[in-house]
Structures are given as C-alpha cells and as structure tokens.
Design a protein around this ligand. Sequence first.
Ligand SMILES: [Zn+2]
Length: 451
Amino acid sequence: MTTAARDPLGPPPRDPAQAHWDPAAQTMDPELRRLLQDQRVKELVARVIATPVPLFGAKLAEAGISSAGDVTGVDDLAAIPLTVKQDLRDSEAAVPPWGEYRFTDPRACVRLGTSTGTTGAPTITAWTRHDIWVEYESGARNWWRMGYRPGMIVTHAHPAYLYGGGTMLQGSYEYFGLLSIWVPPPDTDELAEQAVRFWTRVRPDIPFMGFATGRFLEVADKLGIPRADAGLTGLKAPPGFGLGRGMPLMTAGAECYAYVGGPCGQSAGAHIHEDWAVVQAVDPATGREVPDGEWGNLVVTTLDRDNGLLRYDLEEACAIVRDPCPCGETSARGMWGGRFKDLLSCQGTRFQVAELEAALRSVPELVSPTLEYQVVRPAGDDRPLRLRAEAVVAGPSGTSGVPAAASREALAQRCAAAISENLGVSCHIELLERDTLPRAGYKSVRVVEEE
Ligand SMILES: [Zn+2]
C-alpha cells in the first residue's frame, strides 16, 4: 500500500532537501500565474452571479458587471467596490445568522470560527473541507520556508473554541507532519505553568515563538525553572523580520486567508500565494492599486475557494513589491504596516503602536523579562503622549526593585528620549513596579482610552 493510500489525511511526502514545498506553484512563470488568476477571478464572478451571493452581487452591479463575460480577470477588479468588515457585520445583522455573503450552504461546511471581535461584533467564518485544504497547503509552504520539516516537534498557544485561528494552526501543523504541542494561552500564571512544565517533559524542536513568549519567560523565571529546560532559549524571530519596512505579510486573518504568504528570509516581505489570492495595495479613494513599494489598503480577493471574499479591504496597510527574489520563488511579496485602527496620532505625527514598542525595546530596564506597557490613546493634539511601563532597576543599594526617585527620574528621561528620537513626539512616562499591568495570554491590550 502506498503512503498516500495509508495516510489519506496528509499530503504526499517529499524530499526534505528540496527548496520549496510546492515547486510547481511557487516557481511558476509569473505570466502563467497571472493567466491562472484571471481564470479564477472569472470563476469567482460567475459563482457570485449563479449562486447567487447577494452582497457581492450588489458590488458587481455597481461596477456594471452582470455576467462573467463582463470581466477578463484581475484588471477588472479595480472597478468593483471594496467590502469591509462592517459590511459583513451589517449583513449578518440584517439576515442572521449567516448574512448574505456565503457561496455555500453553511451545512456544506465542516468548521466554524468567529473573529476575535477586538474591533466590533465578531463575524462568522465557515470552511468546507476544500477551503481548509487550501489553508493547509498554504501553511505548508510557510512552514517549509521557515525550515520546518515533517518529523519535528512544534508548540503553540493559540486560543481555541469559537476563535478559528487555533484550530487552523493545529490542523495545518498536523497536515504538514509535525507533532504539535498545543498549550493553553497563558492568560494566568497557572495556565502558563502548565505549558512550561509540559515543555520540560516533551521539549519542542522549535522553541515557542508567539505573542505570549514573554509571558512564558516571565512565569518560568518565577517558578525557578531554567529556561533551557523548557526549550525557551535560542528564541529567534522568523526569517524576514527586520528586512525592509513593516513586517512580512503573513496573514490576512483567519476570516479571509490565514496563510496568505510567508517570508523566505532572502528578501524583504512575504511571498504571496498568488495562485489562491489576488492581494493588492489599494488607494481606497480610487479603488486602484498604488505604485509598487508604496503603502495602500490591504485588499484580498480569494481564489479557488468554496467560500470566497471579493475585494475584501482589511483596513490594514500593505505594500507590494515584484522584483525577483534569489530564493527562486516567482511571486510578488507583501509587507504589512499594521491596522489603520491602531494608528496613533500625536503632535502632528502618525505612528503604529509597534513603532512605539520598538522604541521602548531599546531601553534595557523595560524589557526583562517582558516589556509591559500601556499608552493612553492620544487625542491628536499637541499634548505629550502619555505612557506607563513596568521597569526593573537596581536601586541605590544595588538590589533589584523599584528605583530610588533619582534613578527612576533618569530612567523616565531615557525612555522619553528614545521615543522622541524614534517617533519625534514628546511623552510623559510613568514607571510602575513589575506585575502591575494586566497580562494577556494572546494579544495584549496596549492602547487604553483616556481615563
Ligand atoms: Zn524569496
């Protein structure tokens, strides 16, 4: 019996030494890939009309498109109005619970997830087996680029249950052939301890790396468990981080395209899986793409899925570059510049929370074992930016703890100088003792509203 027949849940095995997971797709002639995209855009439009899918049907009508024959492919997307998260939310509210943007009966699907709801009521995503397979194959390209190979032990701490991202990640690891240790998000010290203690029993080959890395380090230190015993040493960022501007565009969210691309580490940005999506940096005023390398709205049209999204504007910043990459992949690459909702405006300057965080990371007293801070959302005027951060400083006696008034003041000034230097804004920073700010097991709340 062949491996494929014995393992119907997994992909055919491949040579661990080969450069790409799916060479045919990843090194395809860009002109042929563009023809494939054109064909798949036409199929998507035909399905919107034939199914019908009322939400997207209305968008096509606005663009004067009444049949698949009215479009030739990717070039015609610019005329189709964008769809944003609020449109999906409104559609679900008007025609509960599913709204009018599904391409299939929800009962044709096998998995459901909701968005995290960090920016409003969560919407529902439903995946068919085929849609899950598209994500798993896309994830496999990413894991292969990162140097993962079947047979390795990995670990992650994604949230589960109604949130779809954790199940997607766990499933994609299993599909790829990894042994995945799924630990709970470290919302509390007790939950973090479960993970740290388990990693001392079964140590992952690839150390934990995620939003909550600092939490696990913090709790391991508190428990007196050597970081090396839990595999928490040798941590490093994935390839491609720190190259170029922004971050590699690795996800368009579980609701749209969880594994839209991944970095190879040889050039800035992430290789986009263009056979399964048209990813564009769009000027929302015109609907047209901005020039390559410039920031625009991240707009994704998913291709060859049972449940697709047409011209979905994630309201996040992205930039696309198309110069050749020495790794041999032929796709465009994407850079991610953050959510527009997370942009802060202060003293005439706009910046991302991530940029503020990068400035704070240059101050050693703030980052060990984790950087914990909150910024009060600025009102967009000329007042100093208000921040609070936990700090550990040697006091006059040389002991760790709350600094004496003089050194605390000096540290606050150094923090303010780092922010001024990196962002060009003045700030007032309040230094707190460790363990003062709330902790989160997944994404921390960094921006708080004015009290
Ligand atoms: Zn590359």
